[in-house]
Design a protein around this ligand. Sequence first.
Ligand code: C5P
Length: 218
Amino acid sequence: EPDGTLLGKHILVTAGPTHEPIDPVRYIANRSSGKQGFAIAAAAARAGARVTLVAGPVHLPTPAGVERINVQTAREMMAAVEAALPADAAIMVAAVADWRAADAADQKIKKDGSGQPAPLALAENPDILATLGHHAQRPALLIGFAAETQRIAEHAQAKLAKKGADWIVANDVSGDVMGGDSNAVQIVTTAGIESWPAMAKEDVALRLIEKVADALSV
Ligand code: C5P
């Protein structure tokens, strides 16, 4: 079934959460499973693309024909993405942590007996999608994801402009999408909004990759 619609193209995908260390045994993370991003990487490879998958810490097998680069933190993901350029399309599916601990401790943080919790100062992480959106080697097609729990399309429209992306794939994560097997998405572009019915994450991936192949062939 490989259809060759992406032959000769390089597709860059990010997937999964990031883990931001607080000390050697603790980290900040989120509920992203990586399933949607891995399904997209798999579909792109089946369509004949060369695929680089920059993956946060998840327990998923590497899809056939995909070059996988494992990272832990947002800053490592940023560096791996930049090192993978140029790409014809970049699909940023990862749920990157917005903040990291400002100063990760070298040793396990102990209770000091005062009854006061240790302070946790945060620093902002790089925005990988927005960095690519304004990059000298910006991919011809740049796609972001937006996990929202309210006013989904409206937030996605604003995100397109702010991030310099071409499409935002918006999904409602107020249910059990994170970690679940199906997804209902809206594809938001400057041309308008397409709403797709709920379907398996593999089917979202196939349909999205068809749309990517169409966009790259014109
Ligand atoms: O702003 P928000 O986090 O909702 O944007 C989500 C989109 O931006 C996703 O495509 C995600 O992969 C990307 N993103 C990123 N780097 C960040 C935060 C989000 O690439 N630090």
